[in-house]
Design a protein around this ligand. Structure first.
Ligand SMILES: C[S@@+](CC[C@H](N)C(=O)[O-])C[C@H]1O[C@@H](n2cnc3c(N)ncnc32)[C@H](O)[C@@H]1O
Length: 212
């Protein structure tokens, strides 16, 4: 999908992904010391704003103007010191190169691209991760097609934790976690009705002292 298609998708519904931060982002980042964060493919900003509320200075990047406007509107409902912590950047990740080594946390959450483009984005995300920093990649696992619900139905844009690790081989990051996870999907009554299968990879760039 290009940016126009994403704009149309966002314009057709209010808060496509909801306002709550993704459960894996919460689980993997709540113990980290706030610093500078980069949210690539930030969408409507649910994860960026959650991080900002916890003290992170966040750069939220997406190529959908509609999604970013919605993020800014959501931010307006937050206290000034929280909304002031998020910088919204409209850019296409196909050619956007974030500042190398500048971010203590880099998120790539539910960005589904063909393998060669995913690899290029992930390698730039790795490059942007500071010494001691964390790179978190989450998406629909390839197994979601047969074992889960929702998400893209084109196998060419889905991935496994092993795919992500292969994409990032040689980038100098250490693997903290690489796993396939079941995420409950709620039914109309608010109770878990099914599950989606997600791929999660958490990596860390060793710090200057070489400790991970
Ligand atoms: C499934 S949404 C996930 C949004 C957000 N990460 C979340 O979890 O709420 C995927 C996002 O990727 C963005 N996206 C897809 N391809 C992109 C590209 N080449 N450059 C920038 N953003 C892109 C879309 O606009 C969309 O907001």
């Amino acid at each position: 999908m290009d940016s126009r298609a994403w704009d149309e998708r966002y314009a057709a519904a209010e808060m496509v992904w909801g306002e709550e931060a993704n459960r894996w982002v919460v689980r993997e980042t709540e113990g980290l010391m706030p610093g500078r964060a980069l949210d690539l493919a930030a969408g409507e900003g649910r994860n960026a704003l959650w991080l900002a509320a916890r003290g992170w200075q966040v750069t939220a990047v997406d190529f959908s103007a509609v999604a970013l406007d919605r993020g800014r509107r959501l931010a307006e409902r937050q206290a000034e010191h929280i909304r002031g912590r998020v910088t919204w950047v409209r850019a296409d990740l196909s050619d956007h190169r974030p500042e190398p080594g500048a971010f203590d946390l880099v998120l790539v959450v539910y960005l589904h691209l063909p393998a060669d483009r995913r690899r290029a984005v992930l390698r730039r995300a790795a490059e942007a991760t500071a010494p001691g920093g964390t790179l978190l990649v989450v998406g629909h696992d390839t197994a979601n097609l047969t074992e889960g619900v929702g998400g893209p139905q084109d196998p060419a844009v889905l991935f496994t934790p092993e795919d992500v690790l292969a994409d990032l081989a040689g980038e100098g990051l250490e693997t903290v976690r690489a796993e396939k996870l079941h995420r409950p999907v709620l039914g109309p009554d608010g109770e878990p009705a099914a599950h989606a299968v997600d791929a999660l990879v958490r990596l860390r760039r060793p710090d200057a002292a070489g400790t991970a």
